[in-house]
Design a protein around this ligand. Structure first.
Ligand code: SF4
Length: 715
């Protein structure tokens, strides 16, 4: 009797890696994922996938390294033991309730992730803010895009990009700032390449201290000194103003604050700005001319602007250029912040940060608190008016003993946070640590008193929102391994137990039936907000496919571009210019630490490599961690390619093999952020980075530190 192979079914879902949010079609035989292809109907990728997306099936079958069962340790001297779900959930609820009763709600914290689905994010946010009564819930998205959020709100009145992916093909001048899009957002980059191949008149300008793959293909690469972006943008604006390349009618009709900005940039002559940036004055002027004379100028920016102690200013200075030239709210034009993670946008939508409430509301705004309280059916006084602690300050408070219990969800702070020795110290100091993870071998898991196994890509149901505000469904193709559960289910189960243990807190907020029920509650909170999706539901997403917000009740479609009518989301409808003086990096180099260290991503790896590190083919592009240094610097120090070197900062050190590279200038070195304790003797490059944060966004300066490089003397 010949064996009949099980039938293959196809599941429409979304890639779990970057903020491009590519649609995928997953083939599965019921138990295994057998193949993947790009969804030809998804507007983000139109059937394309990059190497990471294409190899997702290879990561989905492996149970090695997955967290499969709940685990608990009774004290820090014992290893964790497998326990049943009820024991794990009861323990988490009881320990949290006990600490809340002894020390108050702000003695506990949650640290979540832009990898979570919107529905997961929503339940965790409601658990912290509605049930526990603390705003100490922050996210690794704080490390990723909080400066972009702060700047959009300050300049345009609301979070969210005014642009869409179709603008990629409509721009005749593209400015990439702090974005190696060729590697970090490859599918969108292919769209830009195709547009440029079809029209040689399109100009590309890349602003980056490193000659990345993106920079190598630019018409003009402004290889600025690290952290000097604001001086560059101010110098470009100076030229635009004095050469009459701004749009006075647009400025008069739709903006405020231009006079003050004009006074500031008077001092930023192209010569002076070019000197600060270390570029040619003529190149700065060329960039300004191309942008000013363009019929549609699009700026694409990412971590190079955001991960900075002055990240909000960098974003604002770039937005100033668009407002001054009227290059916003029209096809092919606008400041477009690319999100790193797959659902950094969705997290913002549900208010999943320490300073936000659901639907882009602010914690400090009493009206906003009253609105959310009414929609949750609780008294406004049950919502704390005090902003919670953002990521770096949150772990500092754990280290100081002010926060006693922390629940880390779907993220690996012992690798991704700056100055990670302090994070290790914080987790050692904490009375109680919960780690909720799909993978049981991250650098953070050893600190867990309770490990809660979570489902992962291919096993989950919900939604994500990509960089262009487009909401896509994520659907399961196979069952979860072991006893792993959906992140929202775990949060909901703990919340129901906590309600019983905290009778003075609001009751009856949980017991969600499924992801769709959560989405429906989430969308009901968005009515009349800038991101109104009250008209969008799962059946519509099923019928029409991925859609952009806003989509208010009664609408027949989403909105591709915002502010096309020149009316912004501020009280008076006018966008705001912000006078942004240039400030140097948080940690300047000196004779002891003479090198600028830059950090960034590799083409074929993702974050801490929990998933991509399992695919042999993805190691071919960059087989090992290295430190890139200009050959002239190496020669001066007598260092050889391949030699082990010690990279030291004021905070820590690590040893890596040296690689010669002319992608960096002399005085600058580069290391990728992916490698961690699974692959090295230490937690990776964040052993050396610093916890200085942007005063407006609280985003840390992960992109730059002052370091010393010397030959490693191994015993
Ligand atoms: Fe996935 Fe991003 Fe690659 Fe698309 S570009 S396949 S979303 S990693």
């Amino acid at each position: 009797q010949p064996l009949t192979p099980p039938p293959i079914t196809q599941t429409r879902s979304t890639c779990c890696y970057c903020g491009v949010g590519c649609g995928v079609l997953i083939d599965s035989d019921g138990t295994r994922i057998t193949g993947i292809q790009g969804d030809p109907d998804h507007p983000a990728n139109r059937g394309r996938l990059c190497t990471k997306g294409l190899t997702l099936p290879l990561t989905a079958q492996q149970q090695t390294g997955r967290a499969l069962y709940p685990e608990l340790r009774l004290n820090r001297h014992m290893p964790r033991q497998r326990v049943d779900w009820d024991t794990a959930l009861d323990t988490v609820a009881q320990r949290f309730a006990d600490i809340i009763q002894r020390h108050g709600p702000d003695a506990v914290a949650l640290y979540v992730s832009g990898q979570l689905l919107t529905e997961d994010y929503y339940v965790f946010n409601k658990l912290a803010k509605g049930l526990i009564g603390t705003n100490n819930i922050d996210t690794n998205s704080r490390l990723c895009m909080s400066s972009a959020v702060a700047a959009y709100k300050l300049a345009l009145g609301a979070d969210g990009p005014p642009t869409c992916y179709d603008d990629l093909e409509l721009a005749d001048c593209v400015l990439f700032a702090g974005s190696n899009m060729a590697w970090a957002h490859p599918v969108l980059y292919r769209r830009l390449e195709a547009a440029k191949a079809a029209d040689a008149q399109i100009k590309w300008i890349v602003v980056d201290p490193r000659r990345t793959d993106t920079a190598a293909q630019a018409d003009l690469h402004l290889q600025i000194q690290p952290g000097t972006d604001v001086a560059l943008f101010n110098g470009m604006l100076h030229h635009l103003i004095w050469e009459g390349l701004i749009d006075p009618a647009y400025i008069d009709a739709h903006t405020a604050g231009f006079a003050e900005l004009k006074r500031l940039v008077r001092d930023y002559t192209p010569r002076m700005a070019a000197e600060i940036c270390g570029v040619l004055e003529a190149d700065l002027i060329t960039a300004a001319e191309w942008m000013g004379r363009s019929s549609a100028a699009l700026s694409l920016y990412c971590m190079g602007l955001n991960q900075s102690a002055h990240g909000t200013d960098k974003n604002l200075a770039l937005i100033n250029l668009h407002l001054a030239t009227g290059q916003i709210g029209k096809p092919g034009a606008g400041p477009f912040s690319l999100t790193g993670q797959p659902n950094a946008m969705g997290g913002r939508e549900v208010g999943g940060m320490a300073n936000m409430l659901a639907a882009h509301r602010d914690i400090t705004n009493a009206e906003h608190r009253a609105e959310v309280a009414a929609l949750w059916g609780i008294a406004p006084a049950q919502l704390s008016p005090n902003p919670g602690l953002p990521a770096v300050a949150l772990f500092e408070a754990v280290r100081a003993g002010q926060i006693k219990a922390i629940w880390v969800v779907c993220t690996n702070p012992v690798h991704s946070m700056p100055d990670i020795d302090k994070v290790r110290a914080a987790l050692q100091q904490a009375e109680f640590v919960v780690v909720q993870e799909a993978y049981g071998n991250t650098d953070t898991v050893p600190f867990a008193d309770v490990l809660l196994p979570a489902t992962s890509w291919g096993e989950k149901s919900g939604t994500v929102t990509n960089s262009e505000r487009r909401i896509s469904r994520v659907r399961p193709a196979i069952a979860a391994p072991g006893e792993a559960r959906a992140d929202w289910q775990i949060a909901d189960a703990v919340a129901q137990r906590l309600q019983n243990l905290l009778p003075s807190r609001p009751q009856g907020l949980f017991g969600f039936a499924d992801a769709e029920t959560i989405f429906n509650e989430h969308r009901s909170l968005t009515t009349d907000r800038d991101l109104d999706i009250s008209g969008l539901d799962y059946p519509l997403l099923e019928q029409l496919g991925p859609q952009q917000w806003p989509w208010p009740s009664g609408a027949s479609g989403g909105q591709a571009r915002r502010y096309s009518d020149g009316v912004f989301a501020t009280a008076d409808g006018r966008a705001r210019f912000h006078a942004t003086p240039y400030r140097p990096v948080a940690e300047p180099t000196n004779s002891r630490y003479p090198f600028h260290l830059l950090t960034g991503r590799l083409r074929d790896q993702w974050h801490g490599m929990s998933r991509t590190g399992r695919v042999p083919a993805l190691w071919a592009h960059t087989p090992q961690a290295t430190l890139s240094m200009h050959p002239m610097d190496a020669e001066r120090r007598g260092l050889q390619a391949g030699q082990l070197v010690k990279i030291s900062s004021k905070r820590g050190q690590l040893i890596l093999p040296l690689a010669f590279s002319d992608e960096v200038t002399t005085g600058t070195v580069f290391a990728a952020m992916h490698w961690n304790a699974q692959f090295l003797h230490c937690g990776g490059i964040n052993e050396t980075t610093l916890g200085s944060v942007d005063p407006q966004s609280a985003q840390p300066e992960l992109k730059h530190a002052a370091v010393r490089i010397e030959a490693a003397n191994l015993p």
